[in-house]
Design a protein. Structure first.
Length: 249
C-alpha cells in the first residue's frame, strides 16, 4: 500500500519544484530558442524567395495562364513583399522547433498518462494544419476564377503581389486552423467536457454549424471552397466521436 502511494506521488507533477523566477527564466530560454529558429528560418526563406514566390503564384497562373504577372504600385512594395515572404517562411520552417520548445516547457507539469497523449496530439495538429494549407492551395485557382467571374468579362486583372499573397496566405492559414477542429474535439472528450454520446445526439446541429463555419472561414466566398472545407469538417466531427469512444474504453 505504501509502495503504491509512493509510486502515485512520483507520477504526479510537482509544481513547487521550481520557483516563479525559475519558471520565468525557463520561459525566457525557450522563447530565445524560438526567436533564433524564426530568424534562421526567415533568412533561409529570404534566400529562396524567388522559388517561394513562384510556388505561391502557381494557382494564379492556373486560373489565368496567359496573364499571371504581378504589378507593383509603389517603390517599397518589392521590399515589403520580400519581408512578408521571409516572415511566412520563417514561421513555417521554425514551427517544429517552436512546438518542441512548447512541449519541453509544459512537460514538467503533466501527469504521466497525459504525456502519453501529448506527442500524438502535437503530431496530429501539425499534420492536419499542413493538410488544411495544402487543401486551400489546391482550391485557390477555382476561388480566383469565381472572383474573376463575379466582376464580369469587362474587367481586366492587374494584381498587386501584396494583396494576392495576403489572400492566399490568409486562406491557407484559416483552412489549416479549422483543420485543428478534430484535435480540439478529441481533447475535450478526453477531458470529459463533452462525451461522444452528447456529440452524436446533436449531430444535425453540428453539421449546420460546421457549414456556417466553412462559409465564414472561406475568404474568397466561392461555393466550391466552402464545400471543400465543410465536407472534411463534418467528416472530422464523426471521426472525433469514434476516436473519443475508442480512447474512452
Amino acid at each position: 500500500m505504501a509502495t503504491r502511494l509512493f509510486a502515485n506521488r512520483k507520477e504526479r507533477p510537482q509544481p513547487d519544484a521550481m520557483t516563479l523566477v525559475q519558471h520565468l527564466a525557463e520561459l525566457r530560454r525557450r522563447l530565445i530558442f524560438c526567436v533564433i529558429a524564426f530568424v534562421v528560418g526567415a533568412a533561409v526563406a529570404a534566400a529562396f524567395y524567388p522559388g517561394m514566390l513562384d510556388l505561391l503564384r502557381h494557382p494564379f497562373c492556373e486560373a489565368s495562364p496567359h496573364r499571371c504577372g504581378f504589378y507593383v504600385t509603389g517603390p517599397l512594395d518589392p521590399l515589403s513583399l520580400r519581408i512578408q515572404m521571409a516572415a511566412f517562411g520563417g514561421l513555417l520552417l521554425a514551427s517544429p522547433v517552436i512546438l518542441f520548445q512548447l512541449w519541453r516547457f509544459v512537460t514538467p507539469g503533466l501527469y504521466k498518462n497525459e504525456k502519453r497523449y501529448a506527442i500524438p496530439f502535437v503530431s496530429a495538429a501539425v499534420v492536419l494544419f499542413v493538410a488544411g494549407c495544402a487543401l486551400a492551395y489546391s482550391v485557390f485557382p477555382h476561388a480566383l476564377e469565381f472572383l474573376k467571374a463575379v466582376g464580369g468579362p469587362t474587367l481586366h486583372e492587374i494584381l498587386s503581389p501584396n494583396q494576392y499573397l495576403s489572400l492566399i496566405l490568409l486562406m491557407m492559414f484559416l483552412f489549416g486552423l479549422t483543420f485543428e477542429f478534430p484535435v480540439v474535439l478529441v481533447g475535450l472528450e478526453l477531458a470529459h467536457v463533452v462525451t461522444p454520446r452528447q456529440l452524436l445526439h446533436v449531430w444535425r446541429w453540428a453539421v449546420i454549424g460546421l457549414t456556417l463555419v466553412a462559409a465564414v472561414f472561406t475568404p474568397s466566398g466561392d461555393p466550391l471552397s466552402m464545400l471543400v472545407l465543410a465536407v472534411p469538417l463534418v467528416a472530422f466531427y464523426f471521426l472525433s466521436i469514434a476516436i473519443g469512444k475508442l480512447l474512452g474504453r
